[in-house]
Ligand binder design. Sequence first.
Ligand code: IFM
Length: 457
Amino acid sequence: MIEARKLAERLPGDFVFGVATASFQIEGASKADGRKPSIWDSFSNMPGRVFGRHNGDVACDHYNRLEQDLDLIKSLGVEAYRFSVAWPRIIPEGTGPVNERGIDFYDRLVDGLKARGIKAFATLYHWDLPLALMGDGGWTARTTAYAYQRYAKTVIARIGDRLDAVATFNEPWCSVWLGHLYGVHAPGERNMDAALAALHFTNLAHGLGVEAIRSERADLPVGIVINAHSIYPGSTTAEDKAAAERAFDFHNGVFFDPVFKGEYPEGFLAELGSRMPQIEDGDMATIAQPLDWWGLNYYTPMRVSSDPTPDAEYPATTNAKPVSSAKTDIGWEVYAPALGALVETLNARYALPECYITENGACYNMGVENGIVDDQPRLDYIADHLSVTADLIAKGYPMRGYFAWSLMDNFEWAEGYRMRFGIVHVDYETQVRTIKKSGHWYKELAEQFPKGNHKAA
Ligand code: IFM
């Protein structure tokens, strides 16, 4: 087991330790104080979409347990909390009236963080699109990008003064490809043309959001959070290497190239450009405004082979075998070196600003026994990935902080509540929170930062 103190010695004194959550996954109170449904409320209530037809009606009841959960965060010794704002609480129909009672919740949240000396990292969009916007086509409509811009401006005008950082989007890969191409996430489409429209309008919304945020608070550090994929060819054949390049463009390049270079990848455009929605003059410049930081969410590598099926749709890849036999309970390969390789590759390809690991963690479903949750594999997973992060810093990469996913067990999207990522266990019957072994270890580590507070060994 990696000792927390030894690991701390390898990280800079101002490295930020935090915990992360997202609105739909923890808040519950889905009808409270003027909130209206999001696409995840409707999706989770459709048969066959989410395991056990679980939904977000109650979740971790965080909305009603705010103070107690903020105390929990404080008790973990972390310096920062990453949360997301629910658009359906702020502008319940997506466009139209602003719901002051919804904003009040985040007002109390950021005040509660400040009162406890915890930094606030807000994400404006973590997938809970107001359902009413589906009437216009949701993310497949250009108008949604402008609705998002107004929403972003509204949030920052009210709480931006107390935020330490803001991200426009969380993991656009999921809301675009999982939501519109693979049908696994809301709204559940399986249609490349729809997905390409969602891709461009999400990227555009990011750029419009950056403008909106800066127009309200020029000094607030703005970024985007991307679940970049660490892609390996399944073999050393030229076909598989070419497949890995295509996969890079499709899974990473379509977000990184627009945001950091102002263009879509050439290979991707050659294959799918004719099916993209209209890209208007100025769109790419809007998308590519310089950012203050970016967030990396990393969990597992992606291994691909070339798909031999004739006419296979771009990127024409299939899944290749994992290299490591270690898997988490959700079935994801555990392979920490892929985090290092990913950061190196991305920095070689793009001029990136400073980076926070905004999510990293593991799904293990052990429960409470005699008051204890012994989740040693999660502890090892986090320690190994932090160790890779320390190596990256030693090589000169600007890694500024790490947020454990997640503060507590929560609604794991299509998997419902059966998959647990928390460093704190949640009993969904009683809403009792129990800090897991990994959480105690994380606290020991986090408490040593900032290092001005270091207690002598
Ligand atoms: O729970 C999710 C989170 O919402 C986004 N990143 C990945 C996590 C684990 O699947």
